[in-house]
Design a protein around this ligand. Structure first.
Ligand SMILES: [Fe+2]
Length: 445
């Protein structure tokens, strides 16, 4: 490893979904504005980061998942969480996730700089992209190597840090939670110590904390709506990613995530604090989780139907997200009443069109009259209700296929489900999920 002064190859990675204050400074920054761009940057072995600043309400991958990715690919780089109004995590949660702190946005270069020792920016390290270590002993297999210069940030280490002696033995030079001074790290580097080591088992423990916390967050009612929703989008997108069909493209997935994000921000702007039922529903995760997936699929089905107007797209998304609101606190024996109850709940909510309310009321009606409550002649079912109904049926089959690999959801749609729907809606489904990929319109709101 060679070290020369006056150039740098480290930057601070800022992962922020929206308005990070325009930062003009000499501090090298890498700014990304989407979860997928963040993931790409974290996995890019040619880039080095001095610190990672994460907005945990990013769309997919978002929430705690991004923190987990940062730990996976950049195990000794300090991670900070960004937030707007309220701190998203308690101190104990930060500690368990290996997060170094949480910073209120907008953040500025001096705030970032304060957390990263400038030594990391002052030198050019002629380094391999990611360490390639040849394991030659049983003990080697227990350790992970990291570039020595990654510890120049002056931040506390999450792990015990070791050096590998010429004899092949590992020697601990730092306890977890302590900090190696940048000067000391530089001293090691100048003596030719290219790598430090920490135990793989410690790394796994930190990663599993993050995974567990992600699960905890989406069932924990105290965390913000934004953060919980972000975790739910991950689940919705996982469902879509898990659909292995010929037609679905990466553009489709991007569209579905963008679409649900736009509907979500519309609902947020509706000032739901004054709408008790809606707020409770959105907090009721087992229903809302399902609704995010329904809205993603209904939005995709609307593409080939040439839905043009913003208001029509919004009506579909709102109805899809809220279609099961009537199930809130409903005893099981009254399940068949939930479409009508949901429609009544939302009837007077400003911002929700009559067509969406009607769709909620009819989302279990079927053209072959096999649905419920059976108040509408099959041929008169609202088109949005059909989109929601077909999406719901598809999700049922995808979930069933998860438990029974012999089940082919697309074949089952043809065999059992399509009879209940109109030809244009069936054709839309076939176009999205059953055809060879063609150029997708990326129309959004
Ligand atoms: Fe329903």
């Amino acid at each position: 490893m060679t070290v020369s002064q006056t150039a740098q190859n480290y930057s601070a990675l800022i992962i922020n979904s929206s308005d990070c204050d325009a930062i003009s400074s000499k501090l090298p920054l890498t700014l990304v504005s989407s979860g997928s761009a963040a993931k790409t940057a974290l996995m890019d072995s040619k880039r080095r980061f001095a610190g990672i600043f994460i907005d945990p309400v990013m769309p997919y991958p978002g929430g705690v998942e991004l923190i987990g990715l940062a730990h996976r690919y950049r195990p000794v780089t300090p991670v900070y969480v960004l937030y707007r109004k309220n701190k998203p995590f308690t101190e104990a949660e930060l500690d368990r996730m290996g997060v170094h702190g949480q910073l209120q946005t907008p953040i500025s270069a001096p705030i970032i700089q304060k957390r990263i020792a400038s030594q990391i920016f002052d030198y050019w390290f002629d380094l391999p992209a990611f360490p390639q270590i040849t394991e030659s002993s049983e003990e080697d297999r227990l350790y992970t190597a990291v570039l020595s210069s990654d510890l120049l940030t002056g931040s506390a280490s999450l792990y015990d840090i070791h050096v590998r002696l010429p004899s092949g033995r590992y020697f601990k030079i730092l306890n977890a939670r302590d900090t190696l001074s940048p000067e000391r790290v530089l001293g090691y580097i100048q003596k030719g110590v290219g790598f430090f080591y920490f135990k793989k088992a410690d790394h796994e423990l930190c990663l599993s904390y993050c995974d567990n916390l992600a699960k905890f967050l989406i069932s924990h009612h105290e965390v913000s709506f934004e953060l919980r929703a972000s975790a739910l989008y991950n689940q919705g997108q996982k469902l879509i990613n898990g659909i292995h069909t010929e037609g679905l493209t990466a553009e489709h997935i991007d569209f579905a995530v963008l679409y649900v994000g736009q509907i979500r921000s519309f609902i947020t702007r509706m000032d739901i604090d004054n709408l008790d039922e809606m707020r409770t529903f959105l907090a009721h995760l087992s229903l809302y989780d399902r609704s995010v997936s329904t809205a993603m699929i209904a939005g995709l089905l609307a593409l080939p139907l040439k839905v043009e107007s913003e208001s029509a797209f919004r009506a579909i998304g709102l109805a899809a997200l809220l279609h099961d609101i009537g199930m809130l606190n409903l005893p099981e024996d009254r399940y068949f009443e939930h479409p009508a109850i949901g429609a009544r709940m939302l009837a007077d909510v400003p911002g929700i069109d009559a067509v969406s309310i009607q769709a909620i009321e009819q989302h279990h009606e079927r053209r072959d009259n096999t649905g419920f409550p059976g108040r509408v002649n099959g041929s008169n079912v609202n088109r949005i209700a059909e989109l929601i109904g077909l999406s719901d049926e598809f999700i049922n089959l995808l979930e069933a296929a998860g438990k029974n690999p012999a089940l082919n959801p697309l074949a089952e749609m043809e065999r059992k489900v399509f009879a209940g729907f109109s030809f244009p809606v069936i054709e839309a489904f076939r176009t999205v999920f059953m055809q060879k990929p063609t150029k997708t319109s990326s129309k959004a709101l």
